[in-house]
Design a binder for this molecule. Structure first.
Ligand SMILES: Nc1ncnc2c1ncn2[C@@H]1O[C@H](COP(=O)(O)OP(=O)(O)OP(=O)(O)O)[C@@H](O)[C@H]1O
Ligand SMILES: [Mg+2]
Length: 360
């Protein structure tokens, strides 16, 4: 995969991520307005140019295409089209091996728990309600809970969960077949129209579906899938989270994450270790509070000099760290580079819309 990054002032072409990189996960940090989202979008375009498939989990409008939208973007509004993955259907691998219904229910309950902590009794009730749902002979796979399961689950201790996610228990439609993902495309899965918490839940559910899919799919035939979580700090990124699992093991399954957030200062040390597994890190201008720590990580021998460089980064400029290539030369030290918004795409700003039918 020849994934392009920004440009330096000493080499005429874009710097690339080495094909020998530990993995193709990206972690991007920097204060507000320093150019993280624009850089992500440039990387996304480059990934699709090398035939990867990009899926943007666009919760809470964190990933708007204000400056340009590439021609190969496919817009999928979940509120109107339904959740594009049949969450409660076990995934079957090409060799016939399949998820058990219990595994499926546990994973979905875990995704709910990741979005907002559930008590033990609430978890059990959600599990039981979904079990009743899938055991119903009339279950079409198009809802999370059937009406009879909803009635049974609506007890006192489950009531807060019911209230919080009423909209999705009663109204969210799941599509019977997963969205077909083609190489060379960017899928903008837009969760807008739901409240903030629900959008985060839907993103957790989508992430966990991708992880399930990657494990059961014949990955030797699968093209690489890159899932984008811009401002991922609101998603669960603890040790047992789906994000952590994908960072640790996604490489084997060709599933990668593109993560961006303003700062890691609030992230627990153990979780920082997990996030640091990302093979390529881009540091846009950090907060004063974080500068020294980042400078040490980038160049422990010249901390003061690095602090100065970080402090002076302009919008669109960053220090990249990972296994990078300038032509045939591999570079592993921190490298200052600038992203430019590719010109020819500035003109188009209308997203083509994908529906289940047109994606086939
Ligand atoms: N490489 C670039 N070239 C030119 N302008 C840029 C570049 N990167 C960012 N900008 C300008 O800065 C604005 C903010 O960039 P961007 O949305 O990427 O910031 P951000 O780091 O994602 O901020 P936030 O954390 O608030 O989401 C853009 O709308 C654009 O006008
Ligand atoms: Mg942004």
């Amino acid at each position: 995969m020849k994934i392009k990054l920004g440009k330096t002032d000493w080499y005429e072409e874009n710097i690339r991520v080495s094909e020998k990189a530990t993995n193709f996960h990206f972690l991007i940090t920097g204060t507000s307005g320093t150019g993280k989202t624009i850089a992500l979008q440039e990387i996304e375009k480059s990934i699709t140019n090398t035939n990867g498939c990009v899926v943007v989990l666009n919760y809470n409008s964190t990933h708007q295409w204000d400056n340009c939208s590439p021609a190969n973007i496919l817009y999928y509004p979940v509120k109107e089209e339904g959740f594009p993955f049949p969450l409660l259907r076990p995934i079957t691998a090409q060799n016939g091996q399949s998820e058990t219904p219990e595994d499926v229910l546990e994973t979905v309950v875990d995704a709910f728990h990741a979005a907002a902590i559930l008590g033990t009794a609430q978890k059990r009730q959600l599990y039981e309600a979904m079990r009743l749902t899938i055991q119903n002979p009339d279950y079409s796979g198009e809802t999370l809970l059937t009406p009879d399961a909803l009635d049974k689950a609506d007890r006192e201790d489950f009531a807060p969960v019911m209230r919080r996610y009423k909209g999705i228990f009663h109204r969210l439609r799941l599509t019977p077949d997963p969205l077909t993902l083609m190489p060379g495309k960017i899928y903008d899965i837009d969760f807008s129209g739901f409240d903030t918490l629900t959008q985060l839940l839907l993103a957790e559910l989508a992430l966990s579906w991708f992880w399930r899919y990657a494990q059961f799919h014949d990955w030797k035939r699968m093209h690489s899938i890159f899932v984008v979580c811009d401002e991922f700090q609101n998603l669960n990124h603890g040790e047992d989270s789906t994000i952590a699992q994908i960072l640790r093991e996604g490489r084997k399954k060709r599933l990668f994450l593109l993560l961006a957030t303003q700062t890691l200062a609030d992230v627990e040390q153990s979780n920082q270790v997990i996030l640091n597994q990302a093979g390529t890190r881009l540091f846009f201008r950090p907060t004063e509070q974080e500068i020294r720590q980042i400078a040490k990580l980038l160049d422990s021998q010249h901390v003061e000099k690095m602090c100065e460089i970080l402090r002076e980064l302009q919008t669109g400029e960053c220090i990249a760290k990972g296994k990078l290539c300038a032509g045939n030369v591999t570079i592993e030290r921190g490298l200052k580079m600038a992203f430019t918004i590719t010109k020819q795409e500035r003109r188009s700003n209308v997203c083509l819309r994908v529906t289940q039918k047109s994606s086939k």
